[in-house]
Design a protein around this ligand. Structure first.
Ligand code: UD1
Length: 370
């Protein structure tokens, strides 16, 4: 009998980070695989482009829940998923990361006593006022099997005495990154934008704490407005676009900023690998910057991706104008030192056979209740 496995996705990061695992699950003959998309992200540039780019199968089910408050999103997903789970009777449900989609699926599964697997388990940012921290903590404590991406994740989970079993399988994103990174070298976006390698900053911001709070958003833009001698490339998330319109920030202060629509994965890696430095509040970009050997300024109080910060190549600058300025100055003035660190740094997120090991564990835990 094939094991019935449901894999949940809902937002751009889950689609990208899960790409390898989804493809392998789809091709596994021992698994009756169903891909469920919650519809949390629905814009063409936030969703469809990645399915095409990464050759992913169409979801078997799309819950089409769209945007809303946290409670609305979570509740709508739970109600719809409960019906689907009752019909399909999965042996295991897999979720990735920390989004509302992942939390909603985790709660639905655990309430129905369906075994739950959490990929990218054990990340912690130690701030309960960000939605992702609430989500990931709750998911971890509902999961039968926790797949951490590094030893730091394993330690966090052990300290919290989660009930499920913990494994470090490495980061499923790394395999996706390696393939797409190679291809991204053939693009010529920077030339088209009139830029040169190593001579622009790449900026991404989308966390609600940074963009929905006008003071925080203004602090970030104030710091960047001081670097008129640099071009700043800013692919802009739909949430950020809306908040920027409301902010009415003086456009002459941002005349050196190139605003772009959200990029596909190959395009963003092209922009990452050619940047002088990256300024971001995204989780994935912190690791992609590290893998590309480009220094990164993290616009957060804390980060789950602490290893590159400890190496000294990623820099926590919170949302403070002065800290952002001093982090930029440090990177510009320490080019050789940073190159040296990059050349020696071990990749803490890499393990052999991440995808195969993930799938074997999912099969092993299918049908295994608490
Ligand atoms: C969500 C995740 C976040 C992840 C991010 C990646 C949660 C709590 N947050 O944040 O962890 O890093 O996805 O992008 O789940 N919108 C559109 N089109 C879309 C999707 C969103 O216009 O396709 C706009 C809507 O105005 C929406 C807002 O963006 O209200 C925020 O979207 P939402 O899904 O709530 O959270 P993200 O900020 O995308």
């Amino acid at each position: 009998m094939k094991k019935k496995l449901v894999y949940i996705i809902g937002t751009r990061p889950e689609v990208i980070r899960s790409a390898h695992v989804i493809l392998a699950l789809k091709n596994d003959r021992e698994i009756d695989f169903k891909l469920v998309h919650t519809g949390q992200h629905y814009d063409h540039l936030m969703n469809d482009v990645f399915f095409k780019e990464l050759n992913l199968p169409h979801p078997d089910v799309n819950l089409k829940i769209g945007s809303g408050t946290h409670a609305e999103q979570t509740a709508k997903i739970m109600v719809k998923l409960e019906k689907f789970f009752a019909k399909f009777q999965p042996d295991i449900v897999a979720v990735f990361g920390d989004t509302n989609s992942s939390l909603a699926a985790a709660l639905t599964a655990v309430k129905l006593q369906i075994p739950l697997a959490h990929l990218e388990a054990g990340c912690r940012e130690w701030e309960m006022d960000i939605p992702e921290e609430i989500n990931r903590r709750l998911i971890d404590h509902c999961s039968n099997i926790l797949l951490a991406v590094s030893e730091v994740g394993v330690e966090n989970l052990k300290r919290e005495k989660v009930m499920g079993e913990i494994y470090n399988i490495g980061d499923p994103l790394y395999a996706v990154f390696q393939i797409v990174y190679k291809k991204s070298a053939n693009l010529n976006i920077i030339e088209k934008l009139g830029l040169k390698k190593g001579e622009y900053f790449l900026l991404t911001i989308h966390r609600d704490k940074n963009v929905d709070n006008p003071d925080n958003f203004r602090n970030i833009l104030d710091a960047l407005s001081l670097y008129k001698d640099k071009m700043i490339v800013f692919p802009i998330h739909p949430r950020t676009r809306k908040q920027l319109d409301l902010l009415e920030y003086p456009s002459d202060k941002l005349s050196h900023v190139i605003f772009l629509d959200p990029l596909n994965y190959e395009e963003i890696l092209h922009m990452v690998s050619n940047a002088e430095l990256i300024i971001t509040d995204s989780g994935g970009l912190q690791k992609e910057a590290f893998w590309s050997k480009v220094p990164c300024i993290v616009l957060r109080e804390h980060t789950a991706w602490i290893e590159p910060v400890e190496y000294g190549v990623n820099h926590l600058a919170r949302i403070n104008t002065e800290e952002i300025k001093s982090a930029i100055a440090y990177i510009i003035n320490n080019e050789n030192k940073l190159k040296n660190i990059f050349s020696k740094a071990r990749n803490p997120y890499h393990k052999k056979n991440t995808t195969i090991n993930a799938i074997n564990l999912l099969k092993e835990f299918a049908g295994k209740r608490w």
